[in-house]
Design a protein around this ligand. Structure first.
Ligand code: SF4
Length: 116
């Protein structure tokens, strides 16, 4: 089976073609560098994403936050449910941990901004 993907590792956005047999990637083409090959193999085995979103603060504003490392794509909805239940007390500094080990992914939700 052929799977078509767009590499998101850099802004070039190469169109990748992965030959997949069962759970194994046999060949990747269309990549302009090795990172595209690694991306296609990882994306097919277990897609991951860095989650960026906002969380409500105690004064009603929204604080931009993100995961400190990529998390499995299929857990993003569950993570969003947990984030949406939170309210953050200000002040907050960039990099402060808002939620530790969210949904047991090993990733923390951290602040992307200083906010008073
Ligand atoms: S394959 Fe390489 S050059 Fe192409 S988008 Fe991915 S990282 Fe960029």
């Amino acid at each position: 089976m052929i799977k078509n993907l767009t590499c998101i590792v850099c802004p070039v956005g190469c169109n990748l073609e992965a030959e997949v047999e069962g759970n194994t990637v046999k060949k990747v083409s269309g990549n302009e560098c090795k990172r595209g090959d690694l991306y296609a193999r990882s994306e097919i085995a277990q897609p991951v994403r860095t989650l960026t979103t906002t969380v409500l603060t105690d004064d009603g504003r929204l604080l931009p936050v993100r995961t400190d490392k990529p998390i499995p794509k299929d857990l993003i909805f569950e993570c969003m449910k947990e984030i949406n239940r939170q309210t953050v007390s200000l002040p907050i500094k960039i990099g402060d941990v808002i939620i530790e080990n969210i949904v047991k992914t090993g990733a923390n939700i951290i602040s992307s901004k200083n906010m008073r």
